[in-house]
Design a protein around this ligand. Structure first.
Ligand code: NAD
Length: 257
């Protein structure tokens, strides 16, 4: 593992443009479960509540579950060390772009600026009738469904539901940065959700070296991953941080002159 970590760090240091591609796994250690797998959200809830057609016909039923998962629960989560190391990499010029499938806003809260929200963001709530966008904190979820103060239309979280298209802007941006990347860092995704799962394939096709962090092999591991760093996002990112940003010599108080 040490060798692979060192190799990954060298690739990240040398790369002239690096993209991070993240999924639900990066936020698991912030206390937000993933959708799939053991303890995943779909063990407890029915995914139909995030189906667009179901939501349009049953907004109250959908909103009850959405409120519990995305506002009571995700609302209280904080960025973890994996998000923070990505932010440090961006600040130090080692990370050009982050594409996230997550809707929890934790990358942005960690300080990342160049984030492409492939599936939207739960902090925004949009009116289905007049398109007005509210910050989630400005909307009371006591009476469901919440409605627009301007036109009375039903409000919907501004993230992508099943059966909804990916907005053009993040889609185009993801293709663009994937094709530019020399290194491509995948963190915590199964690679099952279409069309997001195609983005790493584009990076690979255009010649990026694929580094992947996940406690379990994913759909990518056997097929396109060059360096698989098996483990939890916070643990691996903390190890990478030490290699990417070693303490300066004069920081070592115990060192001999
Ligand atoms: P997924 O639920 O399909 O898979 C999660 C992946 O994370 C798995 O491969 C798992 O092995 C890995 N994982 C688990 N613990 C980890 C850890 N500590 N460190 C690193 N990896 C870990 O997630 P997905 O592929 O991202 O797709 C699900 C869809 O649902 C995406 O669109 C995602 O945005 C959305 N989602 C978002 C959130 C969120 O915003 N936090 C939460 C759940 C689902």
């Amino acid at each position: 593992m040490t060798d692979r970590l060192e190799e990954a760090a060298q690739i990240l240091k040398r790369s002239r443009f690096t993209t991070a591609f993240t999924g639900a796994g990066i936020s698991v250690e912030s206390g937000i479960p993933s959708f799939r797998g053991q303890d995943g959200l779909w063990e407890k809830y029915d995914p139909k509540v995030l189906d667009l057609q179901y939501f349009l016909s049953n907004p109250v039923e959908s909103w009850k579950v959405i409120r519990e998962i995305f506002y009571d629960f995700i609302g209280a989560a904080k960025p973890n060390h994996a998000h923070l190391v990505l932010a440090r990499m961006e600040e130090e010029g080692m990370l050009g772009s982050t594409i996230t499938q997550n809707i929890d806003n934790l990358h942005q809260e960690a300080g990342l600026l160049m984030v492409s929200e492939f599936h939207g963001n739960s902090k925004r709530i949009r009116c289905l009738q007049c398109d007005r966008v509210y910050h989630s904190l400005d909307i009371s979820l006591e009476n469901l469904p919440p409605t627009c103060r301007e036109c009375g239309g039903v409000l919907k979280p501004d993230f992508v539901f099943f059966g909804e298209a990916i907005p053009q802007q993040p889609l185009g941006e993801a293709y663009r940065v994937a094709s530019l990347s020399e290194a491509f860092l995948i963190i915590g995704t199964t690679g099952e959700v279409m069309p997001a799962n195609q983005i790493p394939l584009i990076a690979k096709e255009y010649g990026a070296t694929i580094i992947e962090i996940n406690p379990e092999p994913s759909n990518y591991t056997e097929h396109i991953t060059d360096i698989f760093l098996q483990g939890k996002a916070t643990v691996i990112m903390q190890s990478l941080e030490k290699l990417l940003f070693p303490p300066a010599l004069n920081d070592n108080q115990d060192g001999v002159d």
